[in-house]
Design a protein around this ligand. Sequence first.
Ligand code: ATP
Ligand code: MG
Length: 412
Amino acid sequence: MYRRIPRYVRAVITLLQENKHRAYLVGGCVRDLLRGVSPRDWDVATSALPSQVENIFPRVLPTGVEFGTVTVVCEEGQVEVTTMRRDGVYRDGRHPSQVTFGQDIREDLLRRDFTINALAYDPLQDELVDPTGGLRDLRAGILRAVGDPYERFGEDALRLLRAIRLSGQVGVEIEAQTWQALCALHGNLKSIARERIGQEVAEILALDEVVSPLTRLDESGLLKLIFPPLYSQNRYPPAVSLKTSGYLPPVLHLRLAGLLLGTAAAPLLKGLHLGKDFNRRVTHLIDHINGLRQVPPDPASLRYFLSRLGPENLKDLKLLALALGRAGGWEEKEGDAIHHRLGELDRLTDRSFPLSPRELAIDGHDLRQYLQIRPGPRVGAILEELWFEVLADPSRNRRDYLLSRARQMKPL
Ligand code: ATP
Ligand code: MG
């Protein structure tokens, strides 16, 4: 294991130990090292107080000093260094009311969420600390709460989502009693900030394999709390929405679009706090999936549709449409029409055509000059009219043709 730990991470531990403090790698990074996967981040637990850590390392960020966490910044990366602690009573279903700094790694591990996360490793002594049987559970493929699962979920409801995310991410099954507690306490999710829920949901939807995590979210009642309209105001049965998302590649905007396709998605997305541009991208796709049902199949209408969609989004739209079809979201007759339209749209992108009146072979300046009209809304209206003509037949996009047509339109 030693050699798979980056040099800078080992250096942080070495320096802490040379200063007579205890220091261990802890949590997810130990879990991932044990299963041969590259950890996403490096966490160190130490007996040193945050102020002592700040004195040992030249570059330290005060990430969460009141909870004992600072970030040690190295050239090659960062290490989160947290003072070992014992948590007090949980105040609000999320945060302990007080933390007591401690010296005992076992005690620090016992306050963690799941046994496979309650692991510590000292790379210098090559010593694994595993007070809850985390290694055994990891080998057996089990996600089990540390101690009493009702207590664990009761203390911090974010663990409800972490359980489902980690089970998918690590590829472990949620143990029966842990699952029972999770289902029983799913209502506690209400105490968690929408933003934190959004982050976890985003991580779940970006997992390679999303079908079983989504199924867990559904069965536990969590999904209904996160997206109520999926169950009450959905064009499709919830099972179809879940499957649609599951048939899409692990890309967040696609998976979310697939899941929320049948709902008024905008307010739901807003609640997740994933960013305005991101939300627009998802609703844009959803709007066009619904538009695909209605667009007449003639080339002019399809070109108009494509220009509104943006040809760069056609690939996403196709993935979404096919996933919805596989999930049973298209009616039988509708399915053929959709396939036909997607084929036509594909062919239309092969030949170029102006995607807006601004891409015509003439512009407003030409019109004003040749037609002797003043600037104003009339200019834009003529250009738009010409654009529709060109959408019907792109070979019309020539100056001579457009100007002579514009002359005919002018008196209108
Ligand atoms: P990831 O692979 O996403 O980094 P992780 O398990 O490492 O998963 P982190 O958020 O990096 O998750 O947290 C690091 C460790 O801190 C966890 O492994 C766990 O021991 C502990 N931890 C994190 N969040 C909680 C929580 N809500 N309750 C209890 N322990 C937690
Ligand atoms: Mg981690």
